[in-house]
Design a binder for this molecule. Structure first.
Ligand code: FRU
Length: 487
């Protein structure tokens, strides 16, 4: 038996990998991987806590995925960047830790950031977090690049501290290029406690000048905007960000502790530092979705991956020394004035032989996909022998995802049901992806998506009414061996 670190003592969240034994790490990894709720085809941490995807990019023929990682337990502590890559989303290379918090400017965490690929170079940008002796967090926006051996060289601090209008909550840089100039967006909180994004530009990716706050026509949207992401498609600009704070909540929107929104507008006017956008739309209707990023691959597809979790809930699996996973990769497209999401085509390769869906369908696997046609009214009940359930249903007008009768109900203070107004009222196709403790539902041709964790111990049946279609057990993704951490 090992002694777990007591993370209720906040100092312990900054314990480093070199402070613990290999025995500690292999024990917590064993506990994590033996958890029946550990996913089989989603990216999850070997142990400890993962949160935001970072540095997503298609580079040298592979999709590169980095993510925020605290190795020692299921809490937000000293963040590293972990790195995996894949050609097909079925086979994954494990590159281990890509960024260690080993400089003064990132001594308290290598926080989120992004990649920008240019020719044969992957530029990387992240926020270094340094706590002063008085516990004041000083952010630095840092530039680095990916080496041939998959390590990252940290080159220089581009911005130390924050512009005058901002508080110290200032982070998550993303860079794009237009007409030979590089532009950087950084999310933050103003000194008047409003969410905002700062715009920078430069002739080099690692030298940036401040332009001011990105102007929008939004009414208030919370006190802090995290993880901005910006791209252009069909001559439109799409801004995605994760606002914290009260948004205009009702039955159908903004019921999670923090939200993710997007807006589609004219392309960003860099000269005026302005985005001609009036309204933002919630990107996901489930319980667990945050901090997504997007990138473009070689075929020109815009791919989105998010954090399948949120930062305030205590999850039932925390006791098994791991927390969270990433969402499935999704292709995103502008359709009309909406962003639609569809699971990436490659995921079909995970399918085992399809089964005709029965009214009471006995499950042979806890990881499966359902491809179904739904009537105006329908109900899908995921269940175990003890009648513990998660239910997805529609009365024709709205969808409802109901987690109130799962084996482990948690975060009830944020409600146990999520609703969305139904856009396609007639028969249409819905796809559901269920992994050991997650569900992702794509309805309304991808306009309405629910992303959630779900905990049903020994789930063995799915009961369907008003539904026809197929169920495909899904194979595990194939991961190569974990490299040793270079402590
Ligand atoms: C979002 C976030 C980012 C930050 C990172 C730290 O979940 O709070 O703003 O960079 O997580 O892990």
């Amino acid at each position: 038996m090992i002694d777990y670190i007591d993370f209720s003592n906040r100092q312990n969240r900054f314990v480093t990998l070199s402070d613990v034994s290999n025995d500690y790490l292999s024990t917590i990894e064993k506990i994590a991987k033996e958890d029946p709720y550990y996913p089989s085809y989603h990216i999850a941490p070997h142990h400890g806590l993962m949160n935001d995807p970072n540095g997503l990019a298609f580079f040298r023929g592979e999709h590169h995925i980095f993510y925020q990682w605290f190795p020692l337990g299921p809490v937000h502590g000293l963040k590293h960047w972990y790195h995996v890559s894949t050609k097909d989303f079925i086979h994954f290379k494990d590159h281990g830790i890509a960024l260690y918090p080993d400089q003064l400017y990132d001594s308290h965490g290598c926080h989120s950031g992004s990649a920008f690929v240019e020719g044969d170079k992957m530029h990387l940008f992240y926020t270094g977090n340094h706590l002063t002796e008085e516990s004041v967090a000083i952010p630095s926006q840092v530039y680095g690049f990916l080496n041939e051996d998959q390590t990252i060289s940290k080159e220089n601090v581009i911005i130390e501290g924050t512009p005058a209008e901002f508080s110290n909550n200032f982070r998550d840089p993303i860079v794009f290029k237009r007409d030979k100039k590089y532009y950087m967006l950084v999310g933050g909180e103003t000194s008047k406690n409003k969410g905002a994004i700062a715009l920078y530009s430069g002739d080099q990716p690692n030298e940036m000048t401040y332009h001011g706050i990105l102007q929008t026509n939004f009414k208030d949207a919370g006190y802090m905007w995290e993880c901005p992401n910006y791209f252009e498609q069909n001559n439109c600009g799409v801004l995605i960000f994760s606002p914290q704070g009260e948004l205009n909540k009702d039955k159908y929107q903004y019921n999670n502790v923090f939200s993710v929104v997007y807006c589609i507008s004219d392309v960003l006017d860099v000269a005026k530092s302005k985005l001609n956008a009036y309204e933002y739309i919630e990107l996901d209707k489930g319980f667990d979705f945050y901090a997504p990023q997007t990138y473009e691959d070689a075929c020109g597809r815009r791919i989105l991956i998010g954090w399948l979790g949120n930062s305030k809930s205590i999850y039932p699996t925390d006791q098994n020394m791991w927390a969270h996973m990433l969402t499935l990769p999704r292709e995103v497209k502008i359709e009309g004035n909406r962003l639609v999401q569809q699971p990436l085509q490659e995921l079909r390769e995970l399918r085992a032989k399809g089964q005709d869906l029965q009214t009471n369908h006995q499950l042979t696997s806890r990881s499966f996909e359902m491809v179904i046609e739904v009537d105006q009214e329908f109900e899908i009940v995921f269940r175990n022998e003890d009648n513990e359930t998660v239910v997805f249903s529609s009365n024709g007008e709205e969808y409802c995802l109901d987690r109130s009768k799962m084996t482990q109900v948690y975060a009830e203070e944020y409600g146990t049901k999520r609703y969305a107004l139904r856009k396609q009222k007639e028969k249409h196709q819905i796809r559901l992806f269920i992994d050991s403790s997650s569900i992702e539902i794509f309805c309304d041709h991808g306009e309405t998506v629910f992303t959630s964790r779900m905990f049903i111990k020994g789930m063995n049946v799915v009961c369907c009414h008003g539904v026809t279609g197929d169920l495909y057990p899904l194979n595990q993704i194939v991961k190569d061996t974990k490299p040793d951490f270079n402590i």
